[in-house]
Design a protein around this ligand. Sequence first.
Ligand code: ZN
Ligand code: ZN
Length: 139
Amino acid sequence: MDVTQETLYLLKEKGIRVTPQRQAILEYLKHVDTHPNAEEIYAHIRTKFAGISLGTIYNSLNMLCDKGLIQELAYGDTFSRFDGNPMPHDHIVCDVCRKVVDYHGPLLDNLLDLAQQESGFAIKGYRLELHGVCPACQN
Ligand SMILES: [Zn+2]
Ligand SMILES: [Zn+2]
């Protein structure tokens, strides 16, 4: 399935009325791994849909988040960033250029079990943000 068909399928499956703008936003987020903020998404989508407003972008992003098609990264930055991958995964933030990259690692598997045992909580999730200096900024 190419991205266009996939996003169409996902929107329909979640009962979201498909508009070209919504589909373009979802497609853009599925394509990039840069975790753009709303302004960056707006700048991109506006090149295809000249009349679109930032408000429409925000509304669409909220809806896509509510339906679990994307996730909002609302921590550790001045702006919320958006991630086309709704599955839980960790992020590393560059302290210099503020770039956000995915980290898929086994980091917390054991810790979650341990936390559950020790606290008695049924642990549903966690938020973790790794900080550092990215390879490009180290040069
Ligand atoms: Zn950097
Ligand atoms: Zn991510």
